[in-house]
Design a protein around this ligand. Structure first.
Ligand code: TA6
Length: 290
């Protein structure tokens, strides 16, 4: 009888990645994943027998203090540029810091990895505790739990900035955001979505006040990815398209055709106020529809 620890150890390996980045390799009978200690950033996930569901750039830089292009960067405690201080890192600092592994656990049909961060940044004067729970199996589940450990309320933005791998983004449809209002960061203004979201140029939209699940219909890979979310009132859809991708330099040639960000967030008008001593949980579950 394999002990729980051995079972977990059999499923979890701690390895050194490029430039000495600490990585957690997860492998079980249902799927595989790689998680970077830096930013608690999931870099890859593939259910057994499936193409990768999470996209990771082949030209990614693995640099200390900077999130890797692709995977699921955690944006916290703000989304996008800092509201007042442009010198603060975009999408907050949580994705740039090393998290600690709080534990790993072998579950019936998955492996759970829990990481924690107690931030101590001058840009965020609020005592907080962050926990990220990741369950790797035939589905991928992530919980981002923010606890207000201080004596006053704080207001935060957060996101699981998920890069999905698709066969050809030009043929993909995103269902679930029909009729939602969105901030159009490419063309400006606030608009209302009509029909499925499609991508044939740069798209950078914050869909507001939507708790809807989304379906990413990908004829290129002949599959549909389901995105279920809780504790999130915004969904961001982003593809940099050709010119911006070239300028970014870490998406690879034509990488933009095989990636699409559908991000479960609380951003813009949907930021969240956490009272002292209370917690907020942002949860997502990714699955491939049969
Ligand atoms: O979520 C979309 C977005 O806010 C885009 O505007 C773009 O900046 C993207 O995030 C990537 O940001 P990053 O800082 O990871 O390069």
């Amino acid at each position: 009888m394999v002990s729980k620890l051995e079972a977990t150890l059999g499923e979890v390996a701690f390895v050194e990645g490029p430039n000495g980045l600490g990585l957690i390799e997860v492998k079980n009978s249902a799927g595989t994943a790689t998680i970077a200690l830096q930013g608690a950033q999931l870099l890859s996930w593939a259910p057994v027998g499936e193409k990768p569901v999470i996209w990771l750039s082949g030209k990614a830089n693995y640099l200390k203090g900077k999130s890797v292009r692709g995977g699921i960067p955690i944006c916290w405690p703000w989304f996008g540029p800092h509201p007042e201080e442009p010198s603060h890192p975009a999408h907050g600092f949580a994705r740039n810091l090393d998290w600690e592994v709080a534990g790993t656990k072998s579950l019936t049909d998955a492996t759970q990895v829990v990481l924690r961060l107690i931030p101590n940044e001058i840009s965020w004067p609020y005592p907080s505790e962050l926990e990220c729970r990741i369950k790797v199996g035939r589905t991928l589940e992530m919980d981002l739990i923010t606890r207000n450990a201080g004596l006053e309320p704080f207001t935060m933005g957060c996101a699981l900035h998920t890069y999905f791998e698709v066969g050809d983004v030009r043929t993909v449809e995103i269902l679930g955001l029909e009729e939602a209002f969105y901030i159009d960061k490419v063309n400006g203004g606030k608009k209302r979505q009509s029909g499925p979201v499609t991508v044939n140029s740069e798209v950078d939209r914050i869909y507001l006040d939507t708790a809807s699940d989304c379906l990413i219909r990908d004829p290129g890979y002949n599959r549909t990815i389901r995105v279920e979310k809780e504790g999130s009132r915004s969904t961001v859809v982003w593809n940099p398209w050709m010119e911006k991708a070239d300028k970014m330099g870490d998406l690879g040639d034509k990488g933009y055709l095989n990636m699409l960000c559908v991000e479960s967030c609380n951003a813009a008008d949907d930021v969240v106020t956490v009272p002292p001593g209370k917690s907020h949980r942002l949860s997502v579950r990714y699955s491939i529809l049969a």
